[in-house]
Design a protein around this ligand. Structure first.
Ligand SMILES: [Zn+2]
Length: 215
């Protein structure tokens, strides 16, 4: 097997609403401590981990490809079938032995370019019978208007010739698949608390291999 190509998507992630990265609703304990943002250890500026962007894209693309909540329900797709672009691009989940080659996508940490200040947002659960607020807590969010750099690498191998997506084939199919992932992020959002209004984003200055890219 031989690597035959490399594509790079770059651009800017603009926060339309406040953004929560690092907190997790699932880990919340009643009366627990404030949920804080992930910050760069030296600059103390918040950043969006590449794994966070990649994980959300994967989950959205599994839904588009009909691979969501497969055999193991809440686990990511690990079918390792050659016609599964999720497994080809992101790697089959928890499967060490397969014939798909290395993961094709590399998502860099998105560093803060503008803004990056944080705010504390109060959240609570309203008791539907009494109307009183229960379990009040404060979560830290990156303020709306902040901007982060986006950088995604897509590695193409010779045996990707068989890949198909949206009428494209080969390396173009992989790029189209990742573009669909970005469209899904624009429609849903990133980070946690999306259903509570956090994480709405837009992209600016998207480029594919240095050329202007429209989603
Ligand atoms: Zn799969």
């Amino acid at each position: 097997m031989r690597k035959t190509g490399y594509h790079e998507i770059t651009g800017t992630i603009c926060c339309i609403s406040g953004l929560r990265v690092g907190g997790s609703d699932e880990l919340l304990q009643i009366g627990g401590t404030d949920l804080t943002c992930i910050k760069h250890p030296v600059t103390l500026k918040p950043y969006i981990p590449g794994s966070s962007i990649k994980g959300k894209m994967r989950s959205e693309l599994e839904q588009k490809a009909g691979k969501f909540g497969g055999r193991d329900q809440n686990e990511p797709c690990g079918c390792a079938q050659t016609d599964c672009l999720v497994c080809r691009v992101f790697g089959p989940h928890k499967k060490a032995r397969h014939d798909l080659g290395p993961s094709r996508i590399v998502v860099r940490d998105a560093q803060c370019r503008e803004g990056g200040e944080t705010e504390l947002k109060s959240e609570n659960v309203i008791d539907r019978k009494t109307g009183t607020a229960m379990h009040p807590r404060k979560i830290e969010r990156v303020v709306a208007g902040s901007k982060f750099s986006l950088r995604i690498g897509i590695h193409v191998w010779d045996f990707d010739d068989s890949a198909q997506w949206n009428g494209k084939s080969g390396g173009d199919a992989l790029v189209e698949f990742v573009k669909d992932g970005l469209r899904a992020l624009r429609q849903t959002g990133i980070g946690s608390g999306i259903s509570k209004g956090s994480g709405e984003i837009e992209f600016e200055d998207l480029k594919l291999d240095g050329q202007s890219l429209a989603l």
